[in-house]
Design a protein around this ligand. Structure first.
Ligand code: ZN
Length: 494
């Protein structure tokens, strides 16, 4: 864009004299003819919408010869946008001859708009181009937009089939901005699809065909931190501490292996989070990952640091390199979906005898997804007496898990299927002997029932030996920062 700007103003200067002579003559003739028209017809000025600031963050809007008019703002009809388009064409023709002036005198009636040949200056004399911007509205397709812009379907076909990158142009979404630069002959010079403030797709006319590229603006990363004491819920306290929702969920996920956020959070628990924020030109664009965090649950401290190994794989570890993850999920239902506490029906009177409840009941709405606690194979998937619809997964090393009272099974989780940890296997219900919708969950080790809330779950793999030195080097500063923040929190609480 910068290249073009210098180029065009250079040409404009050298051609200006000749241009003025020709165009002044032309203009004088036309102006006389148009005088009546202009003053007898209402000026349709209001259809030229001012450029909203969000649409052209980096456009050089000051340049008078480059008029950027949104073809159709959300909610604007096609008819309106084509009128804007016509006006823009007219403006270009008339602004070229004289210096930037008020729009009014240049509002040309739409009837003149199929440009009369005498209005067109010789193409070799100017390089005036136009940029047309279009905010994608629901229901827009590339063909309708091209049509509105006066570009041919053939051109669109050529662009889309010029490369795989260009093909992704067809995937347009409402709110994205399409900018097209045309030269004097209305030939497409370039096309930019701004996905958002950071991502864009560029198509450039080349000697033969088109070149295309995807651009991602580099974001500046800054470190932020937040901490707080929990009174009622982690969610409320973390919100008050200024953590965005996604980061709160991330925090619960990192520690969800050690702490059951539905059942084990107590008033007085605390958290400290160091996380990344990403900026573009001083404006915060998004929140990045958690870099390190500490959670103190019922007096016990849990810490996690993020480490990206040399292969680019990111994961969370304890400061001494143990994985934060376990081979099994602590709870097979998303803690956010659990509506009431675990029922401590540890002993059931059955015909005068007491009998241990062999699992955990998670009350949740019917239809809540149930996740496989660990990798394994489905060895049971049908009704099973009072359990109702039941899934049993066999895991490695003699572990198995059971999920009962389902309302339905997940289609992909068939009998005999290999299942990944976290994969949805079915949905909460109250089939079998159940008084309300809940998941009954059992955990067995070598056929023996174990309490899934207290059983020591096998860890996922620790940090690889070859990465250990690098791991400590990278994460030590974060641990030091956690120490400092922790002291501040303790001091505050006093
Ligand atoms: Zn139960």
């Amino acid at each position: 864009m910068k290249d073009f700007k210098t180029y065009s103003s250079g040409r404009r200067n050298t051609g200006r004299k000749l241009l003025k002579i020709i165009l002044l003559v032309v203009f004088a003739l036309v102006a006389a003819g148009l005088y009546l028209f202009i003053f007898e017809r209402p000026v349709i000025n209001e259809t030229v919408q001012p450029q909203p600031p969000s649409q052209a963050p980096n456009q050089d809007q000051q340049d008078p010869d480059r008029i950027t008019v949104p073809l159709a703002l959300p909610g604007q009809s096609q008819e309106e946008s084509s009128r804007v388009s016509n006006q823009r064409t007219d403006q270009r023709i008339s602004t070229t001859p004289h210096e930037p002036s008020n729009n009014e005198t240049e509002q040309q009636p739409a009837t003149i708009s199929p440009s009369p040949p005498e209005l067109n200056p010789a193409p070799t004399l100017t390089n005036a181009t136009e940029t047309i911007s279009h905010v994608i509205a629901p229901g827009d397709t590339l063909s309708t937009i091209f049509d509105e812009m006066g570009l041919s379907a053939t051109l669109l076909h050529q662009i889309i089939h010029s490369s795989k990158t260009a093909k992704s142009l067809t995937d347009i979404r409402p709110g994205e901005i399409l900018r097209v630069e045309l030269d004097q002959k209305k030939n497409l010079q370039s096309l930019i699809l701004e996905r958002d403030k950071v991502h864009s797709l560029h198509i450039q006319a080349a000697d033969s065909g088109f070149s295309s590229s995807k651009l991602t603006k580099e974001l500046e990363k800054r470190t932020a931190h937040a901490q707080g004491l929990i009174e009622n819920s982690l969610y409320i306290s973390a919100k008050q501490a200024g953590l965005p929702e996604t980061t709160i969920m991330e925090l619960a996920e990192i520690f969800g292996w050690d702490i059951d956020f539905a059942l084990e959070i107590r008033s007085g628990d605390s958290f400290t989070v160091i996380y990344e924020e990403e900026f573009l030109d001083g404006e915060k664009i998004r929140t990045g990952p958690i870099l390190a965090a500490e959670f103190i649950n019922q007096g016990r401290s849990y810490r996690a640091v993020r480490y990206v190994d040399k292969t680019g794989k990111a994961d969370y570890y304890t400061p001494d390199g143990q994985s934060m993850r376990k081979a099994f999920l602590r709870a097979p239902v998303d803690f956010r979906r659990i509506s009431s506490r675990f029922t401590t029906e540890r002993w059931h009177p059955v015909l005068g005898k007491k009998r241990p409840h062999r699992g955990v009941d998670y009350a949740a709405n019917t239809g809540t997804p149930i996740k496989a606690a660990g990798d394994g194979k489905i060895i049971h998937r049908s009704r099973k007496g009072g359990y109702g619809r039941t899934v049993i997964i066999q895991h490695a090393h003699g572990y198995s898990t059971l999920y009962a009272h389902l309302s339905s099974y997940a289609r992909q989780a068939r009998l005999g299927s290999q299942i990944k940890q976290g994969q949805i296997i079915g949905y909460v219900g109250q089939s079998g002997l159940a008084t309300g919708p809940h998941l009954h969950y059992e955990f067995r080790v070598n056929g023996v029932h174990r309490n899934p809330l207290t059983v020591k779950l096998p860890d996922a793999e620790p940090i690889a030996k070859k990465f250990r030195a690098d791991f400590l080097l990278q994460t030590q500063p974060l641990v030091t920062q956690l120490d400092t923040l922790n002291r501040m929190l303790v001091a505050d609480a006093r």
